[in-house]
Design a protein around this ligand. Structure first.
Ligand code: 13P
Length: 241
């Protein structure tokens, strides 16, 4: 069984000095093993600082442009990200969908281009609080998967289920709800597509999603900014059967 421990730093930290310290503390306490693939996703401006540590930690970007190059002010293309020797790219994180109005069709374009550029896309899906309360969680995630991965070989991507209401709230998803979604995603895409859980995952609850809810890994936000907590999550996952 292969597991994944991914840290999404989001728009943190605010200085290169802190980013250097975070990657060096993280790299000291985790390693990429046959069993656990560890990766961090820093802001674009720190990718250079971090790729040097890629022996211990794989590196990914948090977003990419839907085109390879050209007049797209403020964008960074998957070709450029791949050229930096990053391995992964997050696509369709709920913060991008919500704050930057990214649609499933945009997610699909970016996923196809990222693959063509040699990156491994980590496609993020998840329902809002309102959608879950209305009993529409499975329907929403199914729609995001179908549209976001249209004409994509699912064996070449990872999917991260991040219920929007669980992100940064301390209210992690219940195991039964999380299990229902991991099962649905695997039924839709096949068992070869790794499925990660994200949303208030920490050292106490993280490994339980892998043990008891059918997930292959974690996409961690806040807890990945604390190297010691991230290291504990690594140890928990390393210790799984
Ligand atoms: P938190 O772990 O801070 O809830 O964030 C999850 C996330 O959005 C990772 O992409």
């Amino acid at each position: 069984m292969k597991y994944y421990l991914f840290g999404n730093w989001k728009c943190n930290p605010v200085s290169a000095q802190e980013a250097k310290k975070l990657i060096s503390d993280t790299a000291k306490s985790v390693k990429r093993t046959e069993k656990v693939e560890v990766a961090v996703f820093p802001p674009f401006c720190y990718l250079y600082e971090v790729v040097g540590k890629k022996k211990e930690v794989a590196v990914g970007a948090q977003n990419c442009c839907f085109k390879e190059a050209g007049a797209f002010t403020g964008e960074v293309s998957p070709r450029q990200i791949a050229d930096l020797e990053c391995k992964y790219v997050l696509i369709g994180h709920s913060e991008r969908r919500k704050i930057f109005s990214e649609t499933d069709s945009f997610v699909n374009d970016k996923t196809k281009l990222a693959l063509a550029c040699g990156l491994v896309p980590v496609v993020c899906v998840g329902e809002t609080d309102e959608e879950r309360t209305a009993g529409r969680a499975v329907e929403i995630v199914t729609g995001q998967i179908e549209a976001g991965l249209k004409d994509v070989d699912a064996k070449q991507v990872l999917v991260a289920y991040e219920p929007v209401w669980a992100i940064g709230t301390g209210k992690a998803c219940g195991l039964a709800e999380a299990r229902e979604i991991s099962r649905m995603i695997k039924e839709a895409l096949g068992s070869e597509t790794p499925v990660l859980y994200g949303g208030s995952a920490n050292a106490k609850n993280g490994a339980v999603y892998l043990k008891e809810a059918g997930y292959d890994g974690l996409l961690v936000g806040g807890a990945s900014l604390k190297a010691d907590e991230f290291a504990k999550m690594f140890e928990e996952i390393e210790g799984l059967d």
